[in-house]
Design a protein around this ligand. Structure first.
Ligand code: RB5
Length: 145
């Protein structure tokens, strides 16, 4: 699977560590490329654009995960979930068909992040009644230009 990944400086080390654990997937890293201070919206936007263009999934991190989740969810077609536990990761796939996973590099440990990502990638969407609910908000939000 193609997985887009990105972060700001607040989760740069967590992103690098996570990439090493994602064997068997094609990883496209949209940055940042160092721990120097930067602006999380730039990387969230870059990630979302790749997710939409390639019709795939993405994992975006910042210090808390909050800022990047706000940015990502402004785009039509993006269902970004801010996740702290493997249970939330599972539910965000089964019920919400999340296609962008948002994580906090200053909140979750590198080991927790790897477990959350493993659960998230390997859990399928349940469909059924959940599809109806998703269709109720799929046309909200800004369109990508
Ligand atoms: C950067 O200091 C921090 O604000 C950012 O990583 C993120 O937590 C924003 O939501």
């Amino acid at each position: 699977m193609v997985v887009i990944i990105g972060s700001d400086h607040g989760a740069f080390e967590a992103k690098e560590s996570l990439k090493e654990s994602l064997n068997g997937h094609e990883i496209i890293d949209v940055g940042t490329d160092s721990a120097d201070s930067c602006h999380y919206p730039e990387y969230a936007v870059a990630l979302v654009r790749e997710v939409i263009k390639r019709d795939t999934i993405g994992i975006i991190l910042c210090g808390s995960g909050i800022g990047v989740s706000m940015v990502a969810n402004r785009y039509a077609g993006i269902r970004a979930a801010l996740v702290r536990t493997t249970e939330e990761a599972r539910l965000s796939r089964e019920h919400n068909n999340s296609n962008v996973l948002c994580l906090g590099g200053r909140i979750s440990s590198e080991d927790e992040i790897k477990e959350i990502v493993k659960t998230w990638i390997n859990t399928p969407f349940e469909g059924g009644r959940h599809s109806i609910r998703l269709s109720m908000f799929e046309n909200l939000g800004e369109k990508m230009d």
